[in-house]
Write a protein that binds this ligand. Sequence first.
Ligand SMILES: Nc1ncnc2c1ncn2[C@@H]1O[C@H](COP(=O)(O)OP(=O)(O)OP(=O)(O)O)[C@@H](O)[C@H]1O
Length: 368
Amino acid sequence: MTEPFLKLRGLKKSYRGKPALRGIDLEVRPNEIFGLLGPTGAGKSSTIQATGGLIDLEAGQVQLQGRDITDLDPACRDLSIVFEGFNLLPVLNVYDNIAFALRSPTYREEEGEIRQRVQHTAELLRISQHLDRDVATLSGGEKQRVAIARALVRQPAMFLLDEPLSALDLKLREGLRSELRHIHREQSSTMLYATHDYHGAISIADRIGIIHDGRIHQSGTIEEIFARPANALVGELIGSPAMAFFDADVNGGEIRIRGCEQILPAEGYGLPAGVSGAHRLGVWPEDIAIVAPGNAGASPASVYAVDNRGYECAVQIEFGGGVFRKVLEDGQVMQQGMNCAFRVGSAAGFLFDMKSGARVSHQQEEMA
Ligand SMILES: Nc1ncnc2c1ncn2[C@@H]1O[C@H](COP(=O)(O)OP(=O)(O)OP(=O)(O)O)[C@@H](O)[C@H]1O
């Protein structure tokens, strides 16, 4: 097992007595892009800032390449940070903004070397034609390229990116995301990439950490997380649409979904002996089939809303026990208000504890 490039252990931070980081544990491997995915207020920026040394921690340790850097000055950490708000210097033109990091007391380089590195980085980010422009005259997308160039030019040990693309429109975001991946491949750099954008995270990251309320709930490849979500919250935060949840009762080898006619065999759920009673059943929408009303073994439902996105169509399905969202299969057409039925794939889904949300199913294989 390779040693982690960045290791965060038990990071704790409160602002005015309110905990923002409650013990962040995270490992980023060498040369990977690690996506830190979580909703607003989850603690993404605080994690990035703690790693970069921009905030004081109450507890925990930051290790970079096996070295404890927790108390090291930010300028000595060999990390580059890209923020959402660009952080460009308005009085300098594009060239000098990019060169700025190389002229600091810590990284003072020869002007010839600076020119070569600025020009190479500008080419990588396709901003060579803007080098003599005032940054105030640039568009948002161009500004973000300059901000990324400024971080890249230093060739640090690692990049920390805090929502670097969220101020851009969809097309620019997609373009810059693939350029970041290209740069990452070319320079074999290690990146910690914080975002609230699920699609953005899975399209750029090699592995993902799900953060919520100051804790990392699960880390792994997106496939690993889908295959075994650690808890119900993870199911709520990933997927498109996210996991569908049902109130379910486990009894005598059967799982009964409240408000549904379908009964699922508990076999295949890997439940420890003695598990019974009320649980949350979480099912990825891809494992739920929408069928015609009256279909044998399916539960009656109706189409509450239709969201036609052109390339796909998502529907919100309402039934006696609640609602869930799902992208329709190719060729399937549904209208708002229509009656339908649905069937959960047998042995598809996960059972979660009602109170803690922890996954109680699929335990046996993990103990084996
Ligand atoms: N300087 C601060 N003063 C007071 N509270 C803060 C400060 N910085 C962050 N917080 C609070 O700490 C919690 C975590 O904030 P943080 O910015 O790390 O989350 P985030 O996941 O990056 O959110 P966002 O996606 O909205 O930027 C939030 O509740 C936030 O309001």
